[in-house]
Design a protein around this ligand. Structure first.
Ligand SMILES: [Zn+2]
Length: 274
């Protein structure tokens, strides 16, 4: 299957190619992820996702941004009323405009992000299975790529139950994995090794902004660990996709709640807390 701009996010594409977001979905809830692959369940389009795409499309091209606004028009606006028959831009997107302005004024962001080719589709084989990725901005001439992230607050701690400690948004959102997979897919697609950079902009007023590199021993180790995590879990995930293993329900996500049937009563002392 050849990936194009049109079919990249299709259910057919996710049946052929693993991706970082799909892998992360499987790690969170196998049942919901499988339903997404089969096209039976669509993840809710959250405001956070829309804000991210709004900012992304602006830096992709003027045309992409206009197209995004046209497509998503009503979800960007408040509900119409007598006083405002067309509504007005929702506050989240006013913040998004502020985030765009904050980045535009940064010479280091403009200098690194702007020259690269935008939304480049890359594919490759990772531990025996085809994977896909989309690079926000790729500069093959200068051997680096950039990924743009919108974040609530860079310095917020995220509780990690397994290691019993707080971690930052990079670890929490699986960005070590995303960066290492992208390095690998770029290598397999273009035969070059590119250095990853991440530009993050926060939703605070005024927005925080940062360029992030992945060069320390610890960062490289986290990237390697994330590849091992793929190696360890991929076979199981693929056998769920092939229908050879039953997916496990997490019993707390939107999919599990929506499809849940009340079974025998649960004891009052046995309700799980997460
Ligand atoms: Zn679930």
């Amino acid at each position: 299957m050849k990936l194009t701009e049109e079919n990249y996010y299709s259910s057919e594409a996710s049946q052929h190619y693993m991706s970082v977001s799909l892998f992360k979905n499987f790690m969170q809830c196998e049942a919901a992820a499988l339903a997404t692959v089969k096209g039976e369940w669509k993840q809710e389009e959250t405001t956070a996702l829309l804000v991210g795409n709004y900012v992304h499309s602006y830096f992709e091209s003027e045309e992409a941004h206009q197209k995004f606004i046209e497509n998503k028009g009503s979800s960007l606006m408040t509900k119409p009323n007598k006083k405002e028959p067309y509504g007005h831009l929702r506050s989240e997107f006013k913040t998004a405009d502020m985030m765009i302005q904050a980045l535009k004024q940064q010479p280091r962001f403009v200098g690194l992000y702007k020259p690269g080719q935008k939304e480049v589709i890359v594919t490759g084989n990772i531990y025996g299975y085809p994977w896909k990725g989309k690079i926000d901005s790729l500069s093959l001439e200068n051997l680096y790529f950039c990924d743009l992230k919108t974040v609530d607050d860079f310095h917020k701690g995220h509780w990690q139950k397994s290691s019993r400690q707080y971690e930052n948004f990079i670890a929490n959102r699986g960005y070590f994995m995303q960066m290492s997979v992208y390095v690998e897919l770029i290598k397999q697609t273009f035969d070059v090794e590119c250095q990853p950079f991440m530009f993050a902009v926060s939703k605070q007023d005024p927005p925080d902004k940062e360029a992030i590199k992945f060069t320390s021993d610890e960062a490289l180790m986290r990237m390697e660990d994330s590849m091992s995590m793929i190696e360890e879990n991929q076979e199981h995930i693929q056998s769920i996709i092939r229908g050879e293993e039953e997916p496990v329900r997490c019993n707390r996500c939107a999919y599990c709640r929506a499809t849940k049937m009340i079974d025998l009563p649960v004891d009052a002392c046995d309700i799980e807390i997460f």
